[in-house]
Ligand binder design. Structure first.
Ligand code: ATP
Ligand code: MG
Length: 718
């Protein structure tokens, strides 16, 4: 046992840690120690022998958060005391539980988990099946709708009774077929990982009872972002012991688009009559400046639970807002600042994080960092695991563990190419159905099922490779299986023959996957000795951010959504432009959610915060003018300055001044005063206006270029 774990807590935090029994809710602002309370609570429960680690279920939102929580607990206890804890995301914990009881709900233990790309493909095919094209009805829209319904625990059958209009009707048809298809493929999607446990508990009450007994203590971080399915499963599991502690912050609720329901916070006290509410008012993470900025932003939202959040930390440096020419320069500028700060203060790469609103923005920052030789890591989103070749390898591995997975089969039966066309594949599947056999029964002896000699040969080639891999997988490690997979399919040779830049990067990706598997196996070994192919695949799927080792010294790049719960000494929030951040929203409610997102982004920063925007952005090959984010106007002006040290108010003053000049018309003298130009584009516009107003003759208007023009925080100016 390490030092007294209550020592580092303030009074309300300590109260929350010591109150181990009964329902407890903590609602408090960012950085006030909610997650700390959870980790200390777990450590305290174990230390007092109130429960063994495997009697504690702790639910987090991201894998990174789960890992951090494990690390924090491990630092409080001896490693032997931590083993067996059920700490993880909802998805990973419940996938684990579902594997144990898969049979009860008609699955086998090695069911496949489909990610959103797999789901999208299936929906496309199903649309075609009912005579519609994905162009007529958006696949993504249907996918989103199905996911939303599932998270509201509305089944496909129930929805088919409800469907009222044409779109609902389509969704309902697809939903029914989709559920059948997944079941037949022995597969679940991400939402099923939340929905199926409920189905399981309802079907087999003894299993529910077993887990109600097992999980003596339940803890949920980021409770404001739980959806109905999550709420339900928590409620069911805590029914008996009622030792449930949830922590959250309504100001950080950012997942309503995925069905998260802030009401869950308010409902808690109704559901658990004897619940206790604890508030935490001190922020330990941010400097005073950063907290002031965060508070000023969130105070613009009307709908929120009143909270006082202060800090005793230092004032810290001012927050800097930069307006860069375009997103390329924005990317370069971030890299430059990182370089400067590293030199000046000895910060490490891993002390920096760049947050953007949407995934596609990552490119320019990747480029900027790469050019400056700064290693970085992208968390979540369209990461490594979404790349085609990685999905191909995992399709092979998935098929090895689950022969019924037709999606994976169709993905790789002819990749690398071996002459099996779509027609042959559909014939195989059809034959299997007709003869009531497994697809692999057909594949093993194609000739006897009437396939041509050429087709049979190709099929046989695939079958032999596959059969060999299945055999290998029974006795060899995951890493060896992957090595043999590359070797037997002659994959790398095939890519080398392609000799394109693209194929080179594909080879690198395949190699990286192998090193990831090696790294992952090594790490896992300490926990449960052998890494099965199946649990490896599960991790790959559930943990798109697993690729990084936390000890790696790299700059983190991620969307604000994936940054929830994390903290970094230096944070860049980029792309602060209207229409991007906030996204173009239609309702006030949506705008408030965007603002909460900004609040989340700001409050990740411990020491320094940099905000930036690109004044123009490349869209379909052209640079288009952008508008500054309205959120900049929400910031407490006293704690933000421009990159040249001028106060933020200067920006607004100069803009007003310029508008006045242009609107009223004025003397040449006045125009020769410094004019704040947003860009060349605006300069041209201004010239045109001046001509139109007849203030200056054309020739003089042209001379405007000689006027001292300060272009934002342009790098050329440094
Ligand atoms: P968020 O709302 O962003 O999830 P949180 O409320 O979960 O934040 P934590 O991440 O638990 O906050 O804590 C924020 C930081 O403050 C952490 O670095 C934590 O170690 C530190 N901290 C929390 N409480 C204390 C305390 N009593 N003394 C010193 N440091 C503390
Ligand atoms: Mg937290």
């Amino acid at each position: 046992m390490k030092d007294n774990l209550l020592e580092s807590l303030n009074t309300p935090q300590r109260e929350a840690v010591e109150l181990t029994e009964g329902p407890l809710i903590i609602v408090a602002g960012a950085g006030s120690g909610k997650t700390k309370v959870i980790t200390h609570r777990i450590a305290n429960i174990i230390r007092l022998h109130l429960a063994k680690p495997d009697n504690i279920l702790a639910l987090t939102f991201t894998n990174k958060a789960a890992r951090e929580m494990k690390t924090r607990i491990s630092s409080l206890l001896d490693s032997s005391e931590v083993k067996g804890l059920w700490i993880g995301t909802f998805h990973s914990n419940f996938a684990k539980l579902l594997r144990i009881h898969a049979k009860t709900i008609g699955y086998t233990q090695d069911f496949t988990i489909y990610d959103s790309d797999d789901v999208e493909k299936i929906i496309k095919v199903l649309l075609l099946e009912i005579g519609l094209t994905p162009k007529e009805i958006g696949t993504k829209a249907i996918q989103g709708r199905i996911s939303f319904l599932k998270n509201k625990l509305i089944s496909s059958q129930a929805f088919s009774q409800e469907a009222k209009n044409y779109l609902d009707d389509v969704v309902s048809k697809i939903f029914l077929k989709y559920e059948e298809k997944l079941f037949k493929n022995n597969a679940m999607d991400f939402d099923d990982l939340l929905v199926k446990p409920i189905e399981l508990f309802k079907k087999e009450e003894s299993i529910l009872k077993q887990y109600q007994e097992k999980f003596k203590y339940l803890m949920v971080d980021e409770y404001q972002d739980t959806n109905y399915a999550q709420y339900m499963v928590i409620k069911m599991l805590s029914e008996k012991n009622k030792n449930i502690c949830v922590v959250g912050d309504d100001s950080q609720s950012i997942y309503s688009w995925r069905g998260a329901d802030i009401e869950n916070i308010l409902r808690f006290e109704k559901d658990y009559h004897d619940s206790k509410l604890i508030k935490l008012n001190q922020n330990y993470r941010c400097t005073k400046s950063i907290l002031a900025a965060a508070n000023s932003v969130i105070s613009k939202n009307k709908n929120q639970i009143k909270k006082e959040l202060t800090t005793e930390n230092e004032n810290g440096e001012k927050i800097i807002f930069s307006q860069l020419e375009n997103e390329i320069i924005e990317g370069v500028r971030v890299a430059q600042i990182i370089r400067e700060l590293k030199l000046k203060y000895g910060w490490k790469n891993s002390d920096f994080a760049v947050f953007y609103r949407t995934n596609y923005q990552s490119r320019s920052f990747e480029d900027g960092l790469r050019q400056n030789g700064i290693p970085y890591r992208i968390y979540g989103g369209v990461s490594f695991y979404k790349r085609k070749e990685i999905k191909d390898v995992t399709a092979y591995l998935r098929l090895i563990t689950n022969f019924s997975d037709e999606e994976s089969l169709s993905r790789i039966i002819n990749y690398p190419p071996r002459g099996i066309g779509d027609v042959t594949l559909s014939k195989v599947i059809l034959k299997a159905r007709e003869e009531n056999l497994q697809v692999f029964d057909i594949l093993s002896k194609p000739a006897s099922f009437g396939f041509s000699e050429r087709a049979s040969l190709a099929i046989k080639e695939f079958y032999d490779v596959f059969h060999y891999l299945v055999e290998i997988s029974k006795k060899c490690s995951v890493v060896e299986v992957i090595e043999k997979l590359y070797e037997k399919t002659k994959w790398i040779e095939y890519l080398k023959r392609e000799e394109s830049v693209e194929s080179n990067s594909k080879i690198l990706n395949l190699e990286e996957f192998l090193s990831f598997a090696t790294y992952f196996s090594k790490n896992k070994m300490q926990e449960d000795e052998v890494l099965s192919l199946q649990s490896f695949l599960q991790e790959v799927l559930l943990a798109s951010d697993l690729e990084e080792a936390d000890d790696e010294n790299k700059v983190s790049l991620m969307t604000i959504h994936s940054a929830k719960g994390l903290e970094f000494p230096v944070v860049f929030v980029v792309g602060l432009e209207d229409g991007l951040f906030p996204l173009s929203v239609e309702t006030h409610k949506e705008l408030e959610e965007e603002r909460r997102l900004f609040y989340v982004a700001i409050t990740r920063a411990k020491k320094r915060l940099f905000l930036s925007m690109a004044k123009s952005r490349n869209k379909y090959g052209n640079f288009q003018q952008t508008l500054r984010s309205r959120f900049i106007g929400d910031l407490d002006m006293g704690v933000v300055c421009l990159e040249n040290g001028l106060p933020l108010s200067e920006l607004f003053y100069e803009e007003k001044e310029r508008n006045r000049i242009v609107r009223n018309g004025t003397s040449t003298e006045e125009i020769k005063k410094p004019v704040w130009m947003e860009s060349d584009f605006e300069l041209r516009r201004l010239r045109k206006k001046i001509r139109g107003l007849n203030i200056l003759p054309d020739s003089d208007a042209e001379k405007l270029s000689s006027v001292e023009i300060r272009i934002g925080m342009s790098v050329s100016h440094r």
